[in-house]
Structure formats: structure tokens, C-alpha cells
Design a protein around this ligand. Structure first.
Ligand SMILES: *Cc1c(COP(=O)(O)O)cnc(C)c1O
Length: 321
């Protein structure tokens, strides 16, 4: 049995986007609102955390430990899950402690997470190990959640989301979304196999690393398949992702990110985020303009959340410029 705790408001709604469809003159656009999963302002990580926290509770853990960027949505949702489940939370955040505690970081503190700042991704691993060792020494039981919640257990969240989509009776030709640590995409691919989904799953990459993203996805999908006692293994050549929109690097705003955030807000009243969904939307808009999709196709933009980062620098100022 795979352990799970209920944390998200599911199923999340699927809504048409008629105004953007008309504006862009391309395929029919829809949106799946995983920004509305609810817990601690919501987002895609909550689906993964239902399984990761379920595993933590099964192991009698008392503290969730994870890592990410200062404006990490993942860390914010782990902190909220810990609060809801009566666990403690310690976060290792890469970046300098900002002058003002804004956006996701503000929410981390409100959830009473203990935050450790580290200067680089290199020192992050050693700091994580030190945090876990210190907790063990204090007689606590830490549970380490990987970066982005992306491991075989976390993959269950989006495998299950594909079953949810099938139950909603919606069968798009394309699913387009922001992909980063790969757990969301791997889960969608595993779930697509399980549900005989016939559409295509296209991730828009938001960061430059890792270079060999395909092997990251392969390990995650196959790890998830093993956990489900499935003998199926994914064909690494079948992954669809674009590396055309990550050139500025992770979290560095580029014009297409800003246009993505602005058009969704202005034409559909949908709030995207600057780092992930804005970038994916900018990519989607560019692909539509280039005629990548057929006009009669249905494209589902899977909103993965992240809006709290809008209310933090440098994004707030850049989006107003
Ligand atoms: C983490 C995150 C993603 C990417 O999900 P992965 O599973 O890490 O690929 C996309 N959008 C938002 C808002 C996120 O926080």
C-alpha cells in the first residue's frame, strides 16, 4: 500500500479560456487549476506532499526537512503541510537572507518553519545533512523530502492527477505546463500510461540544469512504476519538453515570462507566477504564434501555482516595469 494523507482540495477545476483562445487565434485553450489545491495558498507540490507526508507519518517522523530557493513554492507547501499535520519543519534555502521577508518566505515563517540560509547549491547538500544529523542527535525523527518533492513517492501525486483528469471526462490533445525537478512531468507520464491517455504531455523547462533532463525523468517515471508494481518501463525517447524558454536561467525574468503573466491576468483573470507558470505560459503563447498546434486541437494549460512569489522582490518590481 502507498500511504497518503489528504491535504489538497481535489479535483481541481478545469476551465475554458475563451478570451485567450480568441486573442491568440490558435487552438482551444483550457486551464487545470492546481493553483487551487488550497493548502497554504496551493500549488502542484501539495499533490506530491500528500504521498511524501503519508510516508513520513508511516515512519513516525516528527519533522519534515527539505530544501529549495528562497522563493520556493515547494518549501512553502511543505511548511504548511507540517503545520497542518502537527509536525515540525526545517528548510534549507539557497540564497541570501533577503532584507524583507516577502512572498513564499513570509508564508514559511507564518507556518513556523525553521529556516537555514545557504549561499550556494553546493553548500546546500552538506547543510541538509547537518540539519538532519542535528535533529537525530536531539532525539527527533526527521524525514527528508527531496528537492521539489521529486522522487518515486512524489511521482504518485501527478500519476493520480491523470486519473483525476480522466474522471473529469476531459481529453485534451496537449497538456502544457512548467517543468523543473521533473516530478510533475514524470507523474503525468506514468498516469498517462495507466489511463491510456492519447494526448501529448509537453513540459516547458524553466531551469537550465540538469542538462540530461531525459534521464532524470526516466528514473522518476520508472521509480514510480516500480512503486506501483508495474512492469512497464518508459521509453526515454518519448518525453516531450522544450528547452527554448529557459535561457535567462532559473528565476531570472525575461520578456516572454512577463507577457505570460500579464496576458493570463488581463484576459482570463488567472494569476500566474513569475518563475514557473509565467515562463510556461510565455512558451505556450510563442508556440501558438508559431503555429505549433493545429487550430482544432484542445490544449490544457496545467496551472501549477506559485503566485506568492509575485509579491516578492525582484519580481514585484520587474512585473510593474
Ligand atoms: C515546482 C513547481 C513547478 C515544477 O514542478 P516539478 O515537479 O519540480 O517539475 C512548476 N510550477 C510551480 C509553480 C512550481 O512550484
Amino acid at each position: 500500500m502507498i500511504n497518503r494523507v489528504q491535504l489538497a482540495n481535489l479535483p481541481t477545476p478545469i476551465e475554458p479560456m475563451p478570451n485567450l483562445t480568441r486573442l491568440l487565434g490558435g487552438p482551444e485553450l483550457f486551464i487545470k487549476r492546481d493553483d487551487l489545491t488550497g493548502l497554504g495558498i496551493g500549488g502542484n507540490k501539495t499533490r506530491k506532499i500528500e504521498y511524501l507526508a503519508g510516508d513520513a507519518l508511516a515512519q513516525d517522523a516528527d519533522t519534515l526537512v527539505t530544501a529549495g530557493a528562497v522563493q520556493s513554492n515547494h518549501c512553502r507547501q511543505v511548511a504548511a503541510a507540517a503545520a497542518k499535520l502537527g509536525l515540525r519543519c526545517e528548510l534549507v534555502l539557497t540564497g541570501e537572507k533577503p532584507k524583507h521577508t516577502q512572498g513564499n518566505l513570509l508564508l514559511d515563517f507564518l507556518s513556523d518553519a525553521k529556516v537555514h540560509f545557504v549561499s550556494s547549491r553546493e553548500t546546500r547538500e552538506s547543510t541538509l545533512e547537518a540539519v538532519v544529523a542535528a535533529l537525530n542527535q536531539q532525539g527527533r525523527k526527521p524525514y527528508l523530502i527531496p528537492y521539489g518533492g521529486s522522487n518515486a513517492i512524489g511521482v504518485m501525486g501527478y500519476a493520480n492527477a491523470m486519473h483525476e483528469l480522466q474522471q473529469q471526462g476531459f481529453n485534451p490533445d496537449w497538456i502544457v505546463f512548467a517543468t523543473s525537478s521533473g516530478g510533475t512531468q514524470a507523474g503525468l507520464v506514468l498516469g498517462a500510461h495507466e489511463t491510456n491517455f492519447t494526448g501529448k504531455i509537453l513540459g516547458i523547462r524553466v531551469d537550465l540544469i540538469p542538462q540530461d533532463f531525459s534521464s532524470v525523468l526516466t528514473n522518476l517515471v520508472n521509480g514510480g512504476a516500480v512503486l506501483c508494481h508495474s512492469r512497464w518501463r518508459v521509453d526515454p525517447a518519448s518525453f516531450l519538453y522544450s528547452s527554448d524558454y529557459n535561457h535567462a536561467g532559473y528565476g531570472v525574468l525575461q520578456p516572454s515570462d512577463i507577457e505570460g503573466v500579464r496576458l493570463f491576468a488581463r484576459y482570463e483573470g488567472v494569476t500566474l507566477d513569475p518563475v514557473y507558470t509565467g515562463r510556461a505560459a510565455g512558451g505556450l503563447i510563442d508556440l501558438i504564434r508559431k503555429g505549433f498546434f493545429k487550430p482544432n486541437e484542445k490544449v490544457l494549460f496545467w496551472h501549477t501555482g506559485g503566485a506568492p512569489a509575485l509579491f516578492a522582490e525582484p519580481y514585484q518590481t520587474a512585473l510593474l516595469a
